[in-house]
Write a protein that binds this ligand. Structure first.
Ligand code: PLP
Length: 385
């Protein structure tokens, strides 16, 4: 096997950023867009199939995560779900100076929602993480305040793939009578999730991370949890989220999720094989792998000694390989991601971080090509310096 991407195709290995839309989900979307255009809220017979599709999609999604259908509220994606969870928990309590607890490695959809709430009088407590990116449940236990209104800790991290001990965190939250939300945008469709076993009160998901369309997602809200509407208007989504439903996207999301659930075990095995192949190809290269052992399958965050992640990313791009970086060059300064900083990745390595996230379509050959191309780039760099 030679290291050249001789097939002249693009190798896409940035599935944490987004995934390719599933072919069957795409076909379904097109059919619905074209042939089922009625408004699902209308009362004539043209709307009936849309009502049914909406109901069945909700049931399918609920079944995948062991929720009840009425606990699934459709949103425009992960960012909206996260904003909604955080803001609805505190906005009704502003006079009490409510407190939000979250972790240092959350996505900006959570951290910036918290920052916005801080500006209008909330306090925010940030939980630290260990070198693998995991929150210690004891840290949560010690920081809960009487005025804490919500605890939000992601199920799996988008940069290093670390899976958090959310079940333990939910137990601690509930013992103190607090609500626990988890941003599961990177986890849904990739690892088994049972909301009843996990014990979460709210959970955010986004279809484009599991081969569904962009701009659609959901918020799971456990029965009994009071949620302020985030978008006011009509009576859609149980009066909680107004706006005419995007039925084609919702149906495509449900289908993509069902397919991912059906093949989850096989996909996860394949992804961990593909990751191992890549790591084997890097034999002899000076790098560290971030995020510990309990990580999403196929998710690699690698830091190469005395390198610039951004340069590596661009060099790989020239070879038709798409990966992400953990740092970006901003006005002559390296901007390191808040996640890598929180993990305290050593200074010699932190600048040289790239994220390689395989998807179910990646092959063993893709991993070999990436590994060999990376090794070659690093060797060339060494010989020129
Ligand atoms: N949360 C996490 C952990 C993510 O990785 C992302 C997207 O990268 C989001 C939230 C935002 O999701 P969306 O792109 O659907 O708005």
């Amino acid at each position: 096997m030679t290291a050249v991407n001789s097939l002249n195709k693009i190798i896409y290995a940035d599935n944490a950023a987004t995934t390719r839309l599933d072919d069957d989900a795409f076909a379904l979307m097109i059919d619905l867009q074209k042939n089922f255009f009625a408004n699902p809220s209308s009362d004539y017979k043209l709307s009936r199939p849309l009502k049914k599709i909406l109901r069945e999609s909700r049931e399918k999604i609920a079944a995948c995560i062991n929720a009840e259908p009425q606990e699934i509220i459709f949103t425009s994606g992960g960012t909206e779900s996260d904003n909604w969870a955080i803001k609805s928990a505190v906005l009704a309590h502003l006079s009490e100076q409510p407190n939000i607890i979250t972790s240092a490695i959350e996505h900006k959809a959570i951290l910036n929602s918290c920052a916005a709430m801080e500006k209008i009088g909330c306090t925010v407590t940030i939980l630290p993480v260990d070198k693998c990116g995991a929150v210690n449940p004891v840290d949560l236990q010690e920081r809960i305040l009487p005025q804490t209104k919500i605890i939000s800790v992601m199920l799996a991290n988008n940069e290093v793939g670390t899976i958090q001990p959310v079940k333990s965190l939910a137990e601690i939250a509930h013992a103190a009578n607090k609500i626990l939300h988890t941003d599961a945008v990177q986890a849904v469709g990739h690892i088994p999730i049972d909301v009843k076993i996990l014990g979460v009160d709210m959970l955010s998901a986004s279809a484009h991370k599991f081969n569904g369309p962009k701009g659609i997602g959901f918020l799971y809200v456990r029965d009994g949890i009071k949620l302020l509407p985030y978008i006011d208007g009509g009576a859609q989504e149980f009066l909680k989220r107004a706006g005419t439903e995007n039925v084609p996207a919702i149906a495509a999301m449900a289908l993509a999720l069902e397919k991912n659930y059906r093949d989850m075990k096989r996909n996860a095995e394949k992804l961990s094989d593909v990751s191992k192949i890549l790591l084997n190809c890097l034999n002899g290269v000076d790098f560290i792998s971030n995020g510990g052992k309990n990580r999403l399958p196929g998710h690699l965050s690698l830091s190469f000694k005395n390198c610039e992640g951004e340069t590596l990313m661009h060099r790989l791009d020239l070879k038709n390989i798409c990966v992400a970086t953990g740092s970006a060059c901003n006005s002559q300064q390296m901007q390191i991601s808040h996640v890598l900083r929180a993990l305290e990745v050593s200074e010699d390595y932190i600048n040289g971080t790239i994220r390689i996230t395989f998807g179910k379509e990646n092959s063993h050959e893709d991993a070999e090509i990436i590994g060999e191309t990376l090794t070659k780039i690093l060797q060339e760099r060494k010989s020129t310096s």
